[in-house]
Design a protein around this ligand. Structure first.
Ligand code: DON
Length: 309
């Protein structure tokens, strides 16, 4: 395991990448996200031996947004099994923007993967629970187990703000309801999904989730299995093929670490035998990925030869 990275190096690199924040923009299609500070920048590394290093505004919290898709997928797979989940959601990358609707109409009439919005909405629909709050409560308990931190919850303002403005996600759900990919109430599934996306963490908590995935789904301290190993592998594989949406190919070439981004500007990366890396920088490129997050991960990967390829 490469442990030459020091806090001084991280701080130096944060200073180097900071100017790139001006090349992007904070997400504003979810009104409450527009209040994020574009200059916030933080990184944390949680090694699989438990050691951590961090730099930047590590106290800053952000909402998981699309990073939650990895966690909801793990829970839905644990709840329903692979066959049930992949009968309804595919395994192929799309090359389309994350909220794209048009491929839903092509055969087979199901979302191509669980990392795009359509697939993630279908996955949330599958999580066991009679009400949206029960589903979200189970997701939070799952995250508490992964981070060993019971304080994690969701940001109500961000959840409500997205719920009020999520016309495209409603359309995706109605389309999938027509084709029996989702069941039950569209509004209730959207309610659970927007709360799931609004789960609030900091980079240290997120890096720990990355380390748990890198450790095959076992808690780093107790060795307790939180996610079955084969399901942790499925999640990391989707992070490689679809985690950065239609930038997944170039990210695989430039960085080569399984990673998932969210429109809050956060990125979760997980590297077997190494640990978890979390980055937060809310300024986004045109594909919805953190500009500085990508730069920082590229620097780390190149300097320490972290690519899995
Ligand atoms: O559904 C949405 O549009 C957001 N809650 C999440 C999208 C997202 O994070 C895309 N990531 N880069």
């Amino acid at each position: 395991m490469n442990k030459d990275i020091t806090t001084d190096i991280l701080n130096e690199w944060l200073d180097n990448v900071r100017p790139y924040a001006y090349d992007g923009q904070v997400a504003n299609y979810i009104p409450a996200l527009a209040r994020q500070n574009p200059e916030d920048l933080a990184v944390a590394i949680h090694y699989i031996d438990g050691e951590t290093i961090e730099a930047g505004e590590v106290e800053a919290t952000f909402t998981l947004q699309s990073i939650s898709k990895v966690i909801s997928l793990a829970l839905a797979l644990m709840d329903n099994g692979e066959e049930y989940v992949f009968d309804r959601v595919g395994m192929e990358p799309t090359g389309d923007p994350f909220h794209s609707i048009y491929r839903l109409e092509q055969r087979p009439s199901k979302p191509l993967n669980p990392m795009i919005n359509a697939g993630a909405l279908a996955v949330t629909n599958m999580i066991h629970g009679d009400t949206p709050d029960e589903k979200v409560g189970r997701l939070l308990t799952f995250i508490h187990e992964m981070t060993d931190d019971q304080s994690i919850s969701y940001d109500r303002e961000v959840a409500e703000s997205e719920f009020e403005s999520a016309f495209l996600n409603r359309s995706l759900l109605f389309y999938m309801k027509q084709h029996q990919i989702v069941t039950g109430s569209v509004e209730e599934t959207l309610d659970a999904y927007t709360k799931q996306c609004a789960i609030e963490l900091n980079v240290c908590q997120l890096a720990k989730i990355g380390a748990l995935l890198a450790n095959g789904g076992r808690d780093l301290n107790s060795g307790r299995r939180i996610i079955p190993k084969h399901l942790a592998r499925i999640c990391k594989t989707f992070m490689v093929t679809c985690g950065m949406y239609d930038a997944s190919g170039s990210f695989a070439i430039k960085v080569g670490i399984p990673a998932k981004s969210g429109v809050s500007g956060s990125v979760l990366a997980s590297l077997n035998g190494f640990g978890g890396i979390a980055v937060y920088g809310p300024s986004l490129d045109e594909k919805g990925n953190s500009v500085v997050g990508l730069k920082l991960l590229e620097l780390l990967s190149n300097r320490y030869d972290l690519s899995i390829f």
